[in-house]
Each structure stands twice: as C-alpha cells, then as structure tokens.
Design a protein around this ligand. Structure first.
Ligand SMILES: Cc1cc2nc3c(=O)[nH]c(=O)nc-3n(C[C@H](O)[C@H](O)[C@H](O)COP(=O)(O)OP(=O)(O)OC[C@H]3O[C@@H](n4cnc5c(N)ncnc54)[C@H](O)[C@@H]3O)c2cc1C
Length: 490
C-alpha cells in the first residue's frame, strides 16, 4: 500500500513527487505516457513569470510569486538551466499604457519585487530591436528555464529518493475502500490495481475526467491551445528580455523570448479546442502569432524558424488554480485548472499540496537520507580544461553526436543510463538536446537510434520517436505489425 499516489507526471505531479520524497513515505507517480512531462509541460513558453498579472488575491498570484522565488535554489540543486533575464511588457498605444499602470499596481500588491516603468528612450536603449513603444513595465524577477528538463529532473530525484514511477499506466478507475485506514484502489489500463491511502489528481487537461472517476466534478476543464515558432540560434539574441504585450482577458498574448538554450521562441495564440490532447499546429494559428510578434519585434526573420509546436492549457471554469481536497472524497486532492503561470507556481503548489495532505491526515516525518542534489553534465558549458579532463576520463565525451548543438555521446549515454532514463529519441532530446538544432535531427537521428538500440539491447526497428507507437523504421516485428496494421507512417 502506498501512502500517496499522484496521477500525472507533468511539472505539477513531478514537483509534488519530489517534495514528498523529503519525508518517510511510500509514494508513486502514475503516468499514462511512456515518459514523464509529455502534456502541457512539454509545450509552453518556459517562462518563470514574475507574477504581476494574476489577479491579486488569487491562488495564481500567491503561488506564482512564491514559486518564482524558489527557482534559483531548485534549478541549482537539480542542474537545470535557469536565467533571470527579466521581462518587459510593452505598451504600443496610449490605451495599452493605461493597462501597464494597472499591471504595475497589481504586481506591487502581489508582492513582485523591483517592478519599474521604463520610458520609450530607456526601452529603446535596452532593446534596440523593438518597435517604438510608449512605455514598458520591467520585471527583473522574470526568468527562462529548461522546462521539461526540470520536470524530468524532479521525477528522477523523487525516484532516487525512494519513490516509484509507473509509465504507460493510464488510470481508468478509482474506488474508495473503507478500512483501517480508508484507502483508494486505482485501476490502471494494464489491469494492475494500485492501493494508496491518499490520492492526488495532477492530470492536467484530463483532471476533470480523473475527478469524474470517483465523484461528479465541481469544475470543467476547457482546453485551450497555443501555437509557437521556435527560431534558430542566429535569431537568439534578437531580444534579451522576455517581451510581452499588455495582457488581455484571453491571456498574456504573444511573447518573444530568448530561451535558456540560445534560441528564440515566439508565441502563443489562444484557441479553444474540444480535444485535451490537440497539439496540431495550423497555418491560420501560426499566422496570428506571426502578425502579433512582428508588431513588437518588426525585424524578426521568420526564415530562421526551425520548428513549430502547440501546447494545450488546462483552463477551468473557475478562473483560478484549483488546489483543494475533493469535496465528499476525503484524502483526494485536486491540483487542477493549472494553466499559466503553472510552471512558475509549481514549487509553491507542491508545498501547498503537501500541507493539504497533512491536514487530511498524512503524517510527515522528515527523511534524513534525502538527497537533494542531482548532477548533469552540459559539455559545451565546461571550460576547455574541464572538457579535456572529462574526455580523458571518458572518451564518449569526445565524440559529437549532434553537430548543431554540439551534444556528445557521453551526454546521450548519460540521458539513457541515469534513473528514469530516456527510452525514445525524443526522450533523449528532452534530456540533453540532440535534434534540437537547425537540422532538427537530420544528421543525428540515426546515431541516437543506434545508441538507444545498443543500450537497450533491442533491434533498431524497435526504437520509437516519441509516444507509444511512433516507430521510425518500418516495423518488422510482429507486435509492431499488429499494432500499426503494417503501416510505417505512424
Ligand atoms: C501554450 C502554453 C504556454 C504556457 N506558458 C507558460 C509559461 O511560460 N510559464 C508558466 O509558468 N506556465 C506556462 N504554461 C502553463 C504550464 O505549462 C502548465 O501550468 C503546466 O505545464 C501544467 O502542468 P501539469 O503537471 O498540471 O499538467 P501536464 O503537464 O499536462 O501533465 C499532466 C499529466 O497527466 C497525465 N495524465 C492525464 N490523464 C492521465 C491518466 N488517466 N492516467 C495517468 N496519467 C494521466 C498526462 O499524460 C500528463 O503527463 C503554459 C501552458 C501552455 C499550454
């Protein structure tokens, strides 16, 4: 019997899983996909928001500002790239200038430190590639982070500290069993039943459906899609801050931002969708993003676009994060409706959820053996002397696998061999970035596949790109034939 079962391994489930690992508890993280962080957590703007825009008094405001403060320590402990590059909300019109003043006031009430209004001249001096604007709100605590690296590291650290992670384990049923103590039986798609005293629903855009497995939900998730352009490194210095438009009731609007890996990211738009997993991009959606981005950064070179993607927001009809014990289901906690700024708020939500569990009866005894640090080598960030030493110790760090991003074989092997290691090509990419550069895997894909096959001891035909069923090579084994009907375009 587990003490706590968490459904969903996005940034919210993973942050809680890792936080609970500080205590003497039996904890399990249950995920339907073949890897962690494949929901909204893998497709978002990766901004650690300062917290000036969520309405004062909301949970979004509280956890955003608290969570933001925790990022330096957290990312340092887990070896995750994070930079406080600061954000700028630019007002292009007089109307928008008024919006800036209310944002400043709201931000100050939310407790965001260091907010300043910059004049047109100061903005032009600091960000020469912006369109002339009337004014901008500067937030020095805004930052950028490696988001799926962080979620994966949180889950890995929870695992290293004694938790359990179940992948390819979709939850299809939940039952509350009376006993001494009461517990939940959680039914998985593979026939397994997991027993746990406490249950946390962190299922993102599916949270209302998970809630409905045990009680009628008192909220509904309305999935909302945002599309993006990712640009090559050559556009990566077009701006140095994260550039926002003045937010509207639809959201924060289209932003232009450097990424922690030296690219430029532009997006998202905002479109309702019925499908909680709808991550298709569209011409019209991307065009809306392009038009808006060019209004703030007119010289953006869209020919340097190397990838497009979309993520789905878990907007609920409550307009705020839902962080509460489920009414009439003692011991079950909902972490639902976690739209933006959910990433920024995630460390604070993990603490709040732990407090809710404690109030519901979970005993928390600190574990003196908790290992907070996690090391990861980023070869290109080492000094020449460090690189040389590392290659002498392990020749795999002397072989480049991804030419665009200069990723070594040593890093690829580490991403596969470490706890909760990658089992797919995109799993390797999310952990150490081969295939993230200009050629998008054109050169390194066969090498990564070969290494994965060798490490896992399987034929290369069995290596998948991403989710279950995404074979790259025409399937030759019978199981694959059966599952795909012999098609090789899956
Ligand atoms: C376009 C966009 C831009 C955003 N930009 C930002 C930003 O810049 N900064 C910021 O702070 N926030 C941002 N956000 C919000 C942030 O991405 C989310 O708040 C956060 O990723 C939500 O994490 P989660 O763990 O709740 O959900 P998810 O990451 O979606 O994870 C839920 C998990 O539950 C799993 N699951 C679902 N059903 C089941 C089941 N039945 N059984 C087992 N597992 C199941 C899913 O597979 C998934 O892995 C953005 C969101 C979007 C969509």
């Amino acid at each position: 019997m587990y003490d706590v079962a968490i459904i969903g391994s996005g940034i919210i489930g993973a942050a809680l899983f890792r936080h609970l690992a500080r205590f003497k508890l039996r904890t399990v993280l249950i995920e339907r996909e073949n890897d962690v962080a494949l929901g909204a957590t893998r497709a978002n703007s990766a901004i650690v928001h300062a917290g000036y825009d969520p309405p004062n008094g909301s949970l979004m405001a509280k956890y955003n500002v608290e969570g933001n403060r925790m990022f330096d320590g957290l990312c340092q402990e887990l070896s995750i790239p994070f930079r406080r590059n600061g954000s700028l909300v630019v007002a292009l019109t007089q109307e928008e200038s008024k919006g800036l003043e209310s944002l400043l006031e709201n931000g100050q009430r939310n407790g965001v430190p260091g907010l300043e209004l910059w004049t047109q001249e100061h903005v032009a001096a600091m960000e020469p590639n912006l369109a002339p604007c009337r004014q901008a709100l500067y937030a020095p605590t805004g930052g950028i982070v490696g988001v799926y690296e962080l979620a994966t590291a949180l889950a890995e650290n929870g695992l290293v500290n004694g938790g359990n992670v179940l992948l390819e384990s979709e939850v299809i049923g939940i039952e509350k069993i009376s006993g001494q103590p009461d517990y939940f039986n959680i039914k998985l798609c593979n026939g397994r039943v997991i027993a746990s005293r406490f249950l946390v629903n962190a299922a993102g855009t599916w949270a209302d459906k998970i809630h409905a497995l045990i009680a009628p939900p008192n909220y509904k998730i309305h999935p909302n899609k945002g599309e993006y352009f990712l640009f090559d490194h050559s556009e990566g210095t077009r701006v140095s801050h994260t550039i926002f438009r003045v937010p509207s009731p639809l959201g924060k609007g289209v932003l232009v931002t450097p990424t922690v890996h030296g690219n430029l990211l532009v997006g998202p738009n905002s479109n309702s969708t019925d499908d909680p997993d709808d991550t298709a991009t569209s011409d019209s959606g991307l065009n809306t993003v392009k038009v808006s981005a060019l209004q703030t950064v007119p010289q953006l070179n869209f020919r340097k676009n190397i990838r497009n993607f979309a993520g789905v927001r878990a907007r609920s009809d409550r307009q705020d994060f839902i962080v509460e014990e489920v009414a009439d289901v003692p011991g079950m906690i909902d972490l639902a409706g976690i739209k933006s700024p959910g990433l920024s708020a995630s460390p604070a939500i993990a603490i709040a959820a732990t407090e809710l569990l404690e109030r519901a009866g979970l005993e928390l005894t600190e574990k003196p053996t908790f290992i907070s640090r996690r090391e990861q080598i980023y070869f290109m960030s080492l000094s020449p002397q460090e690189k040389q030493k590392l290659i002498q110790e392990n020749a795999a760090y002397g072989r480049i696998i991804c030419r665009c991003e200069s990723i070594t074989e040593g890093e690829v092997l580490d991403s596969i061999r470490r706890p909760l290691g990658a089992s797919t090509v995109d799993g390797v990419k999310r952990r150490c970035r081969p295939g993230s550069g200009r050629c998008q895997g054109g050169f390194c894909l066969p090498k990564v596949m070969t290494i994965l096959a060798r490490e896992r001891g399987v034929p290369v035909e069995e290596i998948q790109q991403d989710r279950s069923g995404s074979w790259i090579v025409c399937p030759t084994n019978r199981k694959a034939q059966e599952e795909t009907g012999g098609r090789c375009d899956v």
